[in-house]
Write a protein that binds this ligand. Structure first.
Ligand code: NBG
Length: 815
C-alpha cells in the first residue's frame, strides 16, 4: 500500500473551520492549545480512511493478528510522532509558520499519554510503532485509565504526586466504539447442571456486571499507509441492571456494580517492578482481559465457522503476568460459550497464548489469595483449579515423590493463585527480554519448567523505536545521519553500521560533537526554565533517568557524587573535569526509601550547587516529572548513560538503548541488555564495572556479604555513609536520612544489609568514573567513542525485536 498523502491546504482549511466551530476566528486568535486540538482533529479526518481500510483489509484477507495484552502503554505524545509517520511533519511545520507559529510549541500542548510506569509500558508502545511500521496487523489491548501516571512535583526536595487527569480536554485522536461493548461479570457463584446430553454445565449466577466500552487510538505505521489500533477499554455501569437490583431491594449489589464501574479504570497503579495484591488490581486485569478475549473470539467467528481454527488467526501475547488470567478466561469462553470439551479447549488455549517475563524481582511476582480470587471470579477460579489439578497430577506422575517440583511449579500453592505458573502452563511460548535475563530464567527462576518443556523457551532482546527516539527526539542527528548514509536507517536501523568509517574522520566527528553540544544547550535551557539551575554545556552530562528503585541504585550514584564533593571540599583547586550529574525518575507513592532517595539527591544538589568555592565544577540536577516527552530531550543531550543496576536484577533496560542510539557512552554493570550493548560496541567504548550476575547470585546463595566490613575498612566510604546521619546534608534534621543509612548497614532484608551491594561495588564504580573523566579529556577519543555507540546501536531497534517475535512466536504475514 502506498504511503498516506496529507493535503496541506485541506488541513489548513479544516483546522481553520474547526477553530471557527469553537467561536475562535482562526489561527491568529487561537491559543496554542486550541490550535493543537483543531490540528489533531483535522489530521485525523485525513487518516481515518486509511485506518478503516487497514481494518477492512485484515478482515477481507483473513489475516492472523497479534493481540498485545498489556496493563500499560506508555505512549508519550502522539501529534509529533504521527506527523513523522505520516510523512507530513515538514508541511505542517510550514503551514504553521505561515502564521508565525512554531510546531514544537503546538506539540508541547499535548499531555503525555502516560498509561504506564516505566520500561514495560514503554516497550509496549515501541512494539506498536514497530508492528504498524513493519506492516503487521496488530491490536494493543489495555485499559483507558482516567488518571495515568501521576505528575511528579518536587517541593522542598520531596516528591509530591499530583493526579494526571490527562483526558480533561478529551483526546482528539480517540474513537469510542459503542458497537463493540462487552459485559464483564464479577462475583456471584457457580452452579452445576446436567444438560440434555448428560454433560455437566456450569452456570455463573448472582454476579454483577460492568460494561467494557472500547476506545480506539490510531497507531500509524511509518509512511506505509498502515494504521493499527491501540484499543483501551473504559468501564461503565450497566444502568438496567442497577435498576433490577434496586427492585429486588439489593442496594449493596447495585452499589457494588456502580462503584466498580467507576473505580476499575480510574487510576493506573504506580508501581514499577512491584505488585500490589489489591482486589481492584485483579478487577482491572480481568476487566480488560475478558473484554478483549470476548471480542477477539467474536471477531474471529464473524468470518469463520469453526472455533478450532482460532490459533491459526489469533495470538494472545501476555505482557508479563498482569494479563495471565487470559489463560483461564479463554478456557471459560471455549467451554461455556462454545460448548467445547476440556481437552479441545485446552489445546486451542495453549496454542493461542504466549507469555513474556519482564523481571526476576521476587516482589514483582503476582500471587492472589485463593479466597479473594475465587470470590471475585468464581467460574474462572473453578477453571484455574482444574488446570492446576491436571497439571499437578501430570507432574506427580513424571516426578513421583518429588515435592520440590510441586512447590516450584504448582499454580495453586499455599492458599495462593500464582500467575507465573498459570502463564507458563497455559502458553506455547515463554520468553525473556535480554540474553542474560533469559538464561537466568532458564537456570534459576523457571528451571523446572524449562526442564519440562525447553522448546517453549526463547529470548527476545528488547528494542526501541528509532522513529521516536532519534527522528523525533534528535532531529539534528537524524538529519546528519541521513545526509551521510541516506534514510534507510529509519526502517532498518542496522544501516547505522555504514557510519563506522566516519569514526576515523575528524571533520565528521567534529560535526557529530557539535550536534551533541546543540542538544546539550537545548537541555540546559530546559533545566534553566524548569529547575532554575545554570549548567555548563561543556561539562560531562552524566545522566541517570529511570524509575527510582533500590536495585537500579540511584543511591550508588549519589553516594559517589558525595564522595567527589568531599574531594573538592578538601582541595577546591584540584584539577577536576567539570561534571553535571543529572537525575530523573518517579518513585512509587508508597515506596518510602525510594522517595527518601529523591530527597537525598535534592539535598545533595542544593548544597553542592550553592557552594561557590567549587566554582561550578560539580553540579547536580534532579529533573522534575521525568516522562516520555522530556526523555526525548534528555537522551539527545547525554554524554554518559548510567546503567548501574545490581547485576542480575535488571531484566533488560531500554533506556540504555535510547542513550546509545543518541551517542552516549554506557557506564554500567554487566546486567540486562548492557551485556549485548557492550558486545555490539566493544568493551573499549563503554565503562564497565562491578560484580557479574554470577558473583551477585553466589553472594545471595551463600549469604556471605558484610557491608559493615567495607564501612570499617574504607575511610572514604565511611565518610560518605556517615554524612547520611551527621547532618551534613540535612542540618535542620540530622536523622532525616537514617533509613538509608540503616538500609546500607543494619537493616536485614533476607538476612542481609545493603541488599543491592552498593558498598561492595562502590570502589569499582568510582574507578570506572575516573576512567570516564580521563577519556572525556581527550576530545577526539571521546567523540569516536560516542560516535561508535550510535553507529553500533542497530541491533536495538524494536523493529528487530518484532521481526523475531513474528518469526518465532506470532507467525504473522506482512500486509
Ligand atoms: C521491566 C524491566 C526492564 C525491562 C522492561 C521491559 C517490569 C516488570 N520489568 O529491565 O525491569 O527493560 O521490563 O522488558 O517492569
Amino acid at each position: 500500500m502506498a504511503g498516506l498523502h496529507i493535503d496541506k491546504e485541506l488541513l489548513r482549511k479544516r483546522t481553520d473551520e474547526l477553530l471557527k466551530l469553537q467561536m475562535i476566528s482562526g489561527f491568529q486568535e487561537a491559543t496554542e492549545e486550541q490550535i493543537y486540538r483543531a490540528l489533531a482533529m483535522a489530521l485525523k479526518e485525513q487518516f481515518m480512511e486509511a485506518w478503516t481500510n487497514t481494518q477492512k483489509r485484515v478482515k477481507a484477507e483473513d489475516r492472523k493478528m497479534v493481540y498485545y495484552m498489556s496493563m500499560e502503554f506508555l505512549m508519550g505524545r502522539a501529534l509529533g510522532n504521527n506527523l513523522i509517520n505520516l510523512g507530513a511533519q515538514q508541511e505542517v511545520r510550514e503551514l504553521l509558520s505561515d502564521y508565525g507559529i512554531d510546531l514544537n510549541r503546538i506539540e508541547e500542548q499535548e499531555r503525555d499519554w502516560a498509561l504506564g510506569n516505566g520500561g514495560l509500558g514503554r516497550l509496549a508502545a515501541c512494539f506498536l510503532d514497530s508492528l504498524a511500521s513493519l506492516n503487521y496487523p496488530a491490536y494493543g489491548c489495555g485499559i483507558r485509565y482516567r488518571y495515568g501516571m501521576f505528575r511528579q512535583v518536587i517541593e522542598d526536595g520531596y516528591q509530591k504526586e499530583v493526579p494526571d487527569y490527562w483526558l480533561k480536554n478529551g483526546n482528539p485522536f480517540e474513537v469510542r466504539r459503542d458497537s463493540h461493548v462487552k459485559e464483564i461479570h464479577f462475583g456471584g457463584y457457580t452452579r452445576g447442571e446436567y444438560d440434555e446430553s448428560g454433560r455437566v454445565r456450569f452456570i455463573h449466577e448472582g454476579y454483577y456486571s460492568v460494561l467494557a466500552v472500547p476506545y480506539d487510538m490510531p497507531v500509524i505505521g511509518y509512511r506505509n499507509g498502515i494504521i493499527d489500533t491501540l484499543r483501551i477499554w473504559n468501564a461503565e455501569p450497566v444502568e438496567q441492571l442497577e435498576l433490577a437490583s434496586f427492585d429486588a431491594g439489593d442496594y449493596a449489589g447495585a452499589d457494588a456494580a456502580k462503584n466498580t464501574a467507576e473505580t476499575i479504570c480510574k487510576v493506573l497503579y504506580p508501581n514499577d517492578n512491584h505488585y500490589t495484591g489489591k482486589e481492584l488490581r485483579l478487577k482491572q486485569q480481568y476487566f480488560f482481559v475478558s473484554a478483549t478475549l470476548q471480542r477477539a473470539v467474536e471477531r474471529y467467528m464473524e468470518t469463520h465457522d469453526d472455533i478450532h481454527g482460532l490459533p491459526e488467526k489469533v495470538v494472545i501475547q501476555m505482557n508479563d503476568t498482569h494479563p495471565a488470567v487470559s489463560v483461564a478466561e479463554l478456557m471459560r469462553i471455549l467451554l461455556d460459550d462454545y460448548d467445547l470439551e476440556w481437552d479441545e479447549a485446552w489445546d486451542i488455549t495453549t496454542r493461542t497464548c504466549a507469555y513474556t517475563n519482564h523481571t526476576i524481582m521476587a516482589e514483582a511476582s503476582e500471587k492472589w489469595p485463593i479466597d479473594l480470587f475465587s470470590r471475585l471470579l468464581p467460574r474462572v477460579y473453578q477453571i484455574v483449579d482444574e488446570i492446576n489439578r491436571r497439571f499437578v497430577s501430570g507432574i506427580r506422575r513424571r516426578y513421583p515423590g518429588d515435592e520440590s517440583k510441586i512447590r516450584s511449579m504448582a499454580i495453586l500453592y499455599e492458599g495462593q493463585v500464582r500467575m507465573a505458573p498459570l502463564a507458563i502452563v497455559g502458553s506455547f511460548s515463554v520468553n525473556g527480554v535480554a540474553r542474560l535475563h533469559t538464561e537466568i530464567l532458564e537456570k534459576r527462576e523457571f528451571k523446572d519448567f524449562f526442564e519440562l518443556s525447553p522448546e517453549k523457551f526463547s529470548n527476545k532482546t528488547n528494542g526501541i523505536t528509532q522513529r521516536r527516539f532519534l527522528m523525533h527526539g534528535n532531529p539534528l542527528l537524524a538529519d546528519w545521519i541521513t545526509q551521510h548514509i541516506g534514510d534507510g536507517w529509519t526502517t532498518d536501523l542496522t544501516q547505522l553500521k555504514r557510519l563506522l568509517p566516519l569514526a576515523e574522520d575528524p571533520k565528521a566527528l567534529e560535526e557529530f560533537m557539535a550536534i551533541k553540544r546543540a542538544n546539550k544547550l537545548r537541555l540546559a535551557d530546559y533545566i534553566r526554565e524548569n529547575n532554575g539551575i545554570e549548567v555548563d554545556p561543556d561539562s560531562i552530562f552524566d545522566v541517570q533517568v529511570k524509575r527510582l528503585h533500590e536495585y537500579k541504585r540511584q543511591l550508588l550514584n549519589i553516594l559517589h557524587v558525595m564522595y567527589l564533593y568531599n574531594k573538592l571540599d578538601d582541595f577546591p583547586d584540584m584539577p577536576f573535569v567539570p561534571r553535571t550529574f543529572i537525575f530523573g525518575g518517579k518513585a512509587s507513592s508508597g515506596y518510602q526509601l525510594a522517595k527518601l532517595t529523591i530527597k537525598l539527591i535534592n539535598n545533595v544538589a542544593k548544597r553542592i550547587n550553592e557552594d561557590e568555592r567549587i566554582q561550578g565544577k560539580l553540579k547536580v540536577v534532579f529533573i522534575e516529572d521525568y516522562r516520555v516527552s522530556n526523555a526525548e530531550i534528555i537522551f539527545a543531550a547525554s554524554d554518559v548513560s548510567e546503567q548501574i543496576s545490581t547485576a542480575s536484577k535488571e531484566a533488560s533496560g531500554t533506556g540504555n538503548m535510547k542513550f546509545m542510539l543518541n551517542g552516549a557512552v554506557t557506564l554500567g554493570t554487566m546486567d540486562g541488555a548492557n551485556v549485548e550493548i557492550v558486545e555490539e560496541v566493544g568493551a573499549e567504548n563503554a565503562f564497565i564495572f562491578g560484580m557479574s550476575a554470577d558473583e551477585v547470585m553466589a553472594h545471595e546463595r551463600n549469604n556471605d556479604y558484610d557491608p559493615m566490613r567495607i564501612f570499617r575498612e574504607n575511610g572514604e566510604i565511611r565518610r560518605v555513609v556517615m554524612q547520611l546521619v551527621n547532618g551534613f546534608y540535612s542540618p535542620e534534621n540530622p536523622e532525616l536520612f537514617r533509613p538509608i543509612y540503616d538500609s546500607l548497614l543494619t537493616d536485614r532484608v533476607n538476612g542481609r544489609a545493603d541488599t543491592y551491594f552498593n558498598l561492595l561495588d562502590f570502589a569499582s564504580y568510582a574507578a570506572a568514573q575516573e576512567r570516564v573523566e580521563e577519556a572525556y579529556q581527550d576530545k577526539k577519543r571521546w567523540a569516536a567513542m560516542a560516535f561508535r555507540n550510535t553507529a553500533c546501536s542497530g541491533k536495538f531497534s524494536s523493529d528487530r525485536t518484532i521481526e523475531e517475535y513474528v518469526r518465532d512466536i506470532w507467525h504473522l504475514e506482512k500486509m
